[in-house]
Write a protein that binds this ligand. Structure first.
Ligand code: 13P
Length: 253
């Protein structure tokens, strides 16, 4: 049953005003592929200007605080992101779980705060290479997902992104079979918590997705799109991924 493919770029700590031309170009690619939902999670400094040049792409943030306001130097609330023009936000990216010590409980709270501010959420989970090598990837990632999933999670405001940590920025991806097994395990874990809603929830793959592997990854039944780092920084590299998503949608129709 038709889950609309969602393809989102995560620019991480990349992008200056000079790169707004790429935002605009990606917005045009999004407009040319209306069956796919396309977005860019920009550095906070570009959200406002990016929102004005986004075309058919949505603009998102990469993190938010769990409180609405307060003495949190350097932090941004979901409300602030929304006012700047963001309609989505990433929570729980491994680069923040690891480097910033964010816990599953923090991520559930941040996701909840985003929802209250009217922002949709891409909640990230993923295993280390040691966990995968130990044969525990599905169990560990499913546990991580259930521990960071807000209680009232629903498919109209939350998507999950499975990002194996060892695949991020490395050019390595799991086998297609491993991705299929993981995504099926995550959908089953979601069903154990939210029942039939799990069938509607999008589960993205992230980690070295590019124009060469996107079609194969998105042909997997439970892969509903991608969260893309490096290959989202230019329209030239991002467009083939959006194109692949559109072709999968057409093939499934
Ligand atoms: P890469 O696509 O650069 O591997 O990054 C993936 C990622 O972390 C997206 O959030």
């Amino acid at each position: 049953m038709g889950r609309r493919k969602l393809v989102v770029g995560n620019w991480k700590m990349n992008g200056m005003r000079a790169h707004l031309d790429e935002v605009e170009a990606i917005g045009r690619v999004a407009a040319a592929h209306p069956s796919v939902e396309v977005g860019l999670c920009l550095p906070a400094t570009l959200i406002m200007a990016g929102s004005e040049r986004r075309g058919a792409a949505f603009i998102g943030g990469q993190n938010c605080h769990m409180d609405i306001s307060g003495a949190y130097t350097g932090s941004l609330s979901a409300e602030m992101l929304a006012e700047a023009g963001a309609t989505w936000v990433i929570t729980g990216h491994s680069e923040r779980r690891e480097a910033r010590g964010e816990t599953n409980a923090d991520i559930a709270s941040k996701s909840e705060a985003a929802h209250k501010a009217g922002i949709n959420v891409i909640l990230c989970v993923g295993e280390t290479l040691a966990v995968r090598d130990a044969g525990k990837a599905e169990q560990v990632v499913a546990d991580q997902l259930l521990a960071s999933l807000p209680d009232d999670a629903a498919a109209d405001w939350l998507a999950v992104a499975y990002e194996p940590i060892w695949a991020i920025g490395t050019g390595r991806i799991p086998t297609l079979e491993a991705v299929a097994t993981m995504h099926a395990a995550l959908r089953a874990a979601l069903a154990s918590r939210i029942g039939a809603e799990a069938d509607k929830m999008r589960i993205l793959y992230g980690g070295s997705m590019n124009g060469d592997n996107a079609a194969d990854l998105m042909a997997i039944a439970d892969v509903d799109g991608g969260l893309v780092g490096g290959a989202s920084l230019s329209a030239k590299k991002f467009a083939p991924i959006i194109e692949a998503a559109e072709q999968r949608m057409a093939a499934a129709a």
